[in-house]
Write a protein that binds this ligand. Structure first.
Ligand code: ADP
Ligand SMILES: Nc1ccn([C@@H]2O[C@H](COP(=O)(O)O)[C@@H](O)[C@H]2O)c(=O)n1
Ligand code: MG
Length: 469
């Protein structure tokens, strides 16, 4: 039997969408949490997966309580293999660990979720890294048991399936997926599973907002549930993203002292004019983008913390200066941020390079994280994070969060961009107040859909790479 099939799985569908930290200014709580409880094999995991499928929203994570079974002592483990260990008592779970994960996710933070191996009755050595979610589904027999966890849930669901059906399904599942034999399953069921369901699990039905009789078979109830969650998410996302609200945000005066703008000389204004001119040839667009990239990088590098040093000149005179930052990682946010890499190579010799690929959803234009490649040494030094444009700030927020998750300190991040909106910069500064932001041009004109800087250079990547339609 494949090992994968007997490990508990924390299903994660988080490839797309507005990340929860988009509104990480502490005022909004955009993470929607659903608890799904019920007896063993009642269909909790199946219902949770159906919700994820039907919601079709990005950044959804299912956290299974399987992940939080306590580690057994050697004697307990021996008994477990004899079907004589009680996995159905509330004390068999590590609630502190479950709370740590759920709290992180609820706050829009990344977390590490332990994995469980049912065949070994033991946690796996690996854990699963989750970068955060807009919707968290917490499922397990005791999902509606702990008061602190209950207080974090926006919706509480109990799956109520006939116990005979549960037992039949459990036998089938545990033989095929959890490396068990039917006799052992029945022994464990009589000794622990059934009494615990009656004594501990069923009473948590009282904590539920919604009870789903027959689990997955109850398409009407599941449909209603999904529609309700969708409505809640829509309401939240409108409050967060309505362009009118976003546009009335901030001017340059509202930005913190860690925002730096390249001084607007005539040369800078002229380059801006060329880039903004719809008739500019691609050749010129590339030339002046590269030039502006070098300028913003040179200017931004002036904001890096440097260590003082003294050297001796050829005349034998000591000279007090600085050593250029020894451990710098240049991280480009692809696709458009990649154009700044050329300039980076020409002005600095970073020790390392990294790439984060974020692509806008073709329909919603929300950011999707596709690829992350960051060197392990990134955590020890300063990071130059680069994107050509900051509009809503959503891509930038995602990229900063990923760097933090790789151990980078906020104060070591310098975010550089050619063109930004004040509200995009403000979004970064609200979420990550210690990050320095350096831009060449600031423009507060934004299109109705909140995607383009209206008076700006259009879609930078398309003009630079010649992929305009
Ligand atoms: N409505 C259903 N019809 C048939 N099989 C189902 C149904 N719901 C769940 N199952 C199967 O029953 C087993 C237990 O379901 P699962 O969702 O894992 O339950 P739980 O997470 O509550 O233990 C799984 O093998 C699953 O595929
Ligand atoms: N090593 C273990 C750990 C747990 N169990 C059983 O799993 C059941 C909970 O999972 P469901 O997906 O069925 O909700 C629970 O009833 C435990 O008895 C186990 O058999 N072995
Ligand atoms: Mg399950």
């Amino acid at each position: 039997m494949a090992t994968d099939s007997i490990k508990s799985s924390t299903l994660m569908l988080r490839s797309a969408g507005r990340p929860p930290w988009y509104a990480a200014d502490g005022k909004n709580d955009p993470v929607y949490m659903v608890g799904v409880a019920g007896g063993s094999a009642s269909g909790k995991t199946s219902v949770a997966r159906r919700i994820v499928q039907a919601l079709d929203v990005p950044w959804v994570v299912i956290v299974s309580m399987d992940s939080f079974y306590r580690k057994l002592s050697p004697e307990e483990s021996k008994q477990a293999f004899l079907n004589n260990h009680d996995f159905d008592h509330p004390s068999s779970y590590d609630y502190t660990e479950a709370l740590r994960c759920v709290r992180d996710l609820k706050q829009g933070k990344a977390t590490s979720i332990p994995q469980y191996d049912f065949a070994k009755h033991a946690p796996s050595t690996e854990s699963q890294r989750v970068y955060g979610a807009s919707v968290v589904i917490f499922e397990g027999i005791f999902a509606l048991y702990d008061p602190t966890l209950l207080s974090m849930m926006d919706m509480k669901v109990f799956v109520d399936t006939d116990s005979d059906i549960c037992l039949a399904r459990r036998i089938k599942r545990d033989v095929t997926e959890r490396a068990r034999d039917p006799i052992g399953i029945l022994q464990q069921y009589d000794r622990f599973v059934k009494p615990a369901f009656d004594g501990f699990v069923r009473p948590t039905m009282n904590n539920a907002d919604v009870i789903i009789p027959r689990g997955l078979d109850n398409e009407v109830a599941i449909d209603l549930l999904i529609k309700h969650i969708q409505r809640q998410l829509d309401a939240r996302s409108q409050a967060l993203m309505r362009p009118a609200l976003v546009r009335q945000f901030r001017s340059e005066d509202d930005l913190s002292e860690l925002f730096f703008r390249v001084p607007e000389t005539n040369q800078v204004r002229a380059m801006q004019t060329i880039l903004y001119d719809a008739t500019t040839s691609r050749e010129d667009f590339i030339f002046y983008s590269d030039r502006l990239s070098r300028l913003v990088l040179e200017f931004g590098l002036g904001k890096l913390d440097l260590a003082p040093t003294t050297v001796t000149t050829p005349m034998g005179v000591p000279f007090d200066g600085y050593s250029l930052a020894p451990n710098v990682t240049g991280v480009t946010i692809l696709r458009a941020g990649g154009v700044m890499e050329k300039a980076l190579h020409s002005v600095v010799r970073p020790a390392h390079y990294g790439k984060i690929l974020i692509v806008g959803d073709p329909v919603t234009h929300e950011p999707r994280l596709h690829y992350v490649n960051l060197p392990p040494s990134i955590k020890d030094g300063q990071v130059l994070l680069m994107d050509s444009t900051i509009v809503s700030g959503a891509n930038a927020l995602m990229a900063v969060r990923i760097c933090l998750d790789h151990g980078v300190k906020q104060e070591n991040i310098l975010f550089m961009s050619l063109l930004a909106t004040p509200h995009g910069v403000h979004a970064i500064q609200s979420a990550f107040p210690k990050v320095k932001v350096v831009v060449a041009l600031l423009d507060s004109h934004i299109s109705e859909d909140n995607l383009l800087i209206k008076a700006g250079y259009g879609i930078f990547g398309d003009r630079y790479f010649g992929t305009e339609c």
